[in-house]
Design a protein. Structure first.
Length: 75
């Protein structure tokens, strides 16, 4: 069994401006994009995962989904 490499967390680049209304294509839940968190390997800085953080319109508890699952809401 291979060992998981040591990783670090860092701020990632937003694919859309902060505050953009986006939808999780799997759950169909919508929210305002607030942040992207990346997990990268410490040794070679390779990308392991990216999470998008979303906040419900009107406020509430933020949640996260894999970045590749979000899309902007047309409006």
């Amino acid at each position: 069994m291979s060992e998981r490499p040591d990783t670090r967390l860092c701020e990632g680049k937003l694919p859309y401006p902060a505050g953009t209304l986006v939808m999780d294509r799997i759950s169909e839940r919508t929210g305002r994009l607030t942040y992207v968190l990346e997990e990268r390997t410490k040794e070679k800085n390779r990308l392991v995962s990216r999470q998008a953080f979303m906040r419900p319109e009107g406020g509430g508890i933020e949640w996260d989904v894999p970045l590749e699952r979000i899309t902007p809401v047309e409006g």
